[in-house]
Design a protein around this ligand. Sequence first.
Ligand code: C2E
Ligand code: CA
Ligand code: CA
Length: 275
Amino acid sequence: SKNNGKNNYSVYNDEMSSKMRRRLRLEKDLYQALQHNELFLVYQPQMDTNRHTVIGMEALVRWRHPVLGLIPPDEFIPIAEDTNLIVTIGEWILQEACSQMTRWSEMGYVLKVGVNLSTKQFNHDNFLEMVTSVLSKTGLRPDLLDLELTERIAMANEEETLNKLKNLKELGIHISIDDFGTGYSSLAYLPLYPLDRLKIAKEFIHMADHSEEGKAIITAILSLASTLGICVIAEGVETYEQIVFLQEHNCYQVQGYYFSRPLSAQDATAFLGTV
Ligand code: C2E
Ligand code: CA
Ligand code: CA
């Protein structure tokens, strides 16, 4: 009836405006989040299932909003990108992750810290200077830093991107492509770029549980990477069956809830002590 239609319309409107109100609120509050110490990093272990060692810790950012509670990065990173806040927030994330990795390294742990980069951050004019200065401030060995870029970043501005990646490589920094296979990008760039590792997106790992197509995608990525001499890590690994499947195809680097959820710096340090 007409009445129902009208109700649906206003429910839809209310939902829209409450989403917009939340977004505006977050946007406004994000400006202060850093100064108010509301951002923090958690770390998810990356394992070698053959040697039973921790090979890395991926830093993942969190925002504890004083009123709205924990805000996931999927919600506020895009806002940080739109407002350019990602430049300052991204620098803080890198600095924090590198400081933590320096501490782990001083404790004698041998691993890398993974840091996610967003497009605007990577494309910023001062990006290379920023990375160099964070490394020198934190005293972190460049080869203990693993920068995670999405395919979208790696594909844009071919010439400039290639130069930036080469500069990072010259510094000794490790480069991983995040969510590999989900970016609708051309495979042609792969041999041209100085990449160390592909991260198989968790979507493919989960797809492989119940579909031959999922398995085929994973084995295709593994064989491509092996031909190109690039390492592969599988993310979103939740079950023993997934580990066995990956091992059968010579993939021993994994990250996921099976081994650990992302942990506070303190719990991550304890985790390193138990492996
Ligand atoms: P991502 O880089 O692909 O990170 C992996 C996401 O998968 C993380 O979500 C992690 O908690 C989750 N995850 C890990 N293991 C499992 C598993 O076994 N099963 C499932 N279902 N999920 C798993 P999170 O922390 O919410 O981060 C979401 C996205 O936000 C990240 O995806 C990344 O794109 C972005 N992000 C997180 N931290 C940062 C950061 O410091 N900087 C930037 N630029 N982006 C970040
Ligand atoms: Ca990542
Ligand atoms: Ca991913």
